[in-house]
Design a protein around this ligand. Structure first.
Ligand code: SAH
Ligand code: SF4
Ligand code: F3S
Length: 458
């Protein structure tokens, strides 16, 4: 390597959108230190594994990947290229020094609240391997992180995530997030609007506001008083250039009037809502400490649909929670049938050490969990297929994101977050009306049915 060669950084993210956003911000904070991102782990001077702790399998994946990275580090070091291994994200926060014990090749363990300290921590790791920083600092990391360059922002795509809220105070009994991400923290409205304007000026057309509990956002508004996510969405929608808005992930208890009104009033707010319910049984919802009933959820869905009749709904489900009977599971299936989802995620309950549900005695055998997840996923797939089929013959606006797999193809997303493929001369960032003609797997094919609203990007 010559003095002018840039150093290379490889980040691999697991888990939720928060980690995707954090990965970008880690790259941004290391850019002034001379690091450029690479897609090839074997070329990297720093390998960051940005980890997820949500289910046992997610954690196992990290340790097996660390085995692979250790071999790579050995080979690179033998060839004279110093290589640092960093473990970031929620496993870093939860396991801390345990990681350096189980995987001594790791140079640095850094929790999600401390990414702004990466340059400093890496300097410390030059002198000593096994640095661990999982403190929850007083100042939020966001104010210390730099804005990325316009070019870099756009290179990541025309749709961007923007973290507005982090952490969770809900303490669902199965979940590690309140422990790994800490207490709820809402960024101020002004800081969020500054970042959103920066994204719009760079050419971003769609912004997804993200947070573990995004609709619990209560950051300071312009007047210094606590505001709501609904109000924030109205303010972001006013920014010229931002054509589409989304937000995720929400909790049913925090869907307030202003947020439902935003779905009615804002054309920029896309008609898609991910609203996890987890279970359709009141007994299980109570044991999960969700603090809402199945009826609360169903009535909420009615109110949301009254405000925005075409909204596509999505959810998360856990099957096989301790004590879940056939009857409880049937209540979940019934709730799914009543709502009719456009898509949904479902997971087998995974026992997480340190969470209250792990202490419950009625843990279910794997075979029961398997049966139930199979039935639930079949029902969800049926609904998703029906939802997609219902768009055939309709014209939907598609935000073009990138070239498709085959020559002449472009892909983008419908307002309902469905992937759509067209064969037409379009550009990244265009919003084009597309008539849907067929479905292949989960993707829609269509033909362009009118002129694009052009973004003049590429
Ligand atoms: N904040 C969001 C999402 C949290 S994690 C919410 O409140 O819904 C994403 C999903 O992972 C959860 O919605 C839940 O369905 C699932 N999940 C969390 N902990 C789990 C566990 N211990 N076992 C199985 N699935 C889990
Ligand atoms: Fe986890 Fe519940 Fe918080 Fe969601 S609301 S992050 S499931 S504790
Ligand atoms: Fe996983 Fe942490 Fe997100 S545990 S789901 S990466 S908040």
């Amino acid at each position: 390597m010559t003095a002018t060669d840039p150093k290379k950084l490889f980040v691999k993210s697991y888990g939720c959108q928060m980690n995707v956003y954090d990965a970008q911000r880690m790259a941004d904070v290391l850019a002034p230190e001379g690091f450029v991102e690479t897609q090839a782990m074997e070329d990297a001077d720093i390998v960051i594994l940005n980890t997820c702790h949500i289910r046992e399998k997610a954690v196992e994946k990290v340790y097996s990947e660390l085995g692979r990275v250790r071999e790579l580090k050995k080979e690179r070091n033998a060839a004279g290229h110093d290589t640092k291994i960093v473990v970031a994200g929620c496993v870093a926060q939860a396991e801390g020094v345990e990681i350096t014990r189980r995987a001594p090749a790791v140079d640095l363990v850094v929790g999600p609240q401390n990414y702004h300290r990466l340059p400093d921590l890496l300097k410390q790791a030059e002198a000593r391997r096994g640095i661990v920083d999982t403190e929850f600092p007083v100042d939020d990391k966001f104010s210390a992180l730099p804005m990325p360059s316009a070019k870099k922002t756009l290179a990541r795509g025309v749709s961007a995530f923007l973290t507005v809220q982090e952490g969770c105070d809900k303490f669902c009994t199965f979940c590690v997030v309140p422990y790994t991400r800490g207490a709820e923290l809402s960024r101020d409205m002004d800081a969020i609007l500054r970042e959103a304007r920066h994204l719009a000026e760079a050419g971003i057309r769609e912004v997804t506001l993200i947070g573990q509990n995004v609709n619990a956002w209560h950051g300071k508004g312009h007047d210094g008083a606590a505001s709501t996510l609904g109000e924030l969405l109205y303010a972001v929608a006013d920014i010229p250039g931002i054509e589409r808005l989304r937000y995720t992930t929400s909790h049913p208890r925090d869907m307030d009037e202003s947020l439902i009104a935003a779905h009615r009033d804002l054309p920029q707010l896309m008609p898609y809502l991910h609203l996890p319910v987890q279970s359709g049984s009141d007994k299980i919802l109570d044991a999960m400490n969700r603090k809402h009933t199945r009826d609360d959820y169903l009535r909420l869905i009615d109110r949301i649909r009254a405000a925005r009749p075409d909204i596509a709904l999505s959810s998360d489900f856990i099957v096989g929670f301790p004590g879940e009977t056939d009857r409880d599971f049937e209540d979940t299936m019934d709730l799914v049938r009543r709502v009719g989802f456009g898509s949904a995620f479902s997971f087998k309950y995974s026992e997480r050490p340190g969470t209250p549900a792990a202490e419950l005695t009625e843990q279910l055998p794997e075979s029961v969990k398997n049966e139930r997840i199979y039935a639930l996923q079949a029902l969800i797939m049926e609904q998703q297929t029906a939802f997609n089929a219902a768009t055939i013959g309709k014209v939907v606006d598609v935000l073009i994101e990138k070239r498709g797999r085959h020559p002449g193809q472009w892909t983008g997303k419908s307002p309902y977050l469905q992937p759509v493929v067209v064969e037409h001369e379009v550009h990244t960032g265009d919003i084009v009306p597309v008539e849907i003609t067929s479905i292949v797997a989960n993707s829609l094919n269509g033909r362009v049915a009118g002129p694009a609203r052009s973004a003049h990007i590429s």
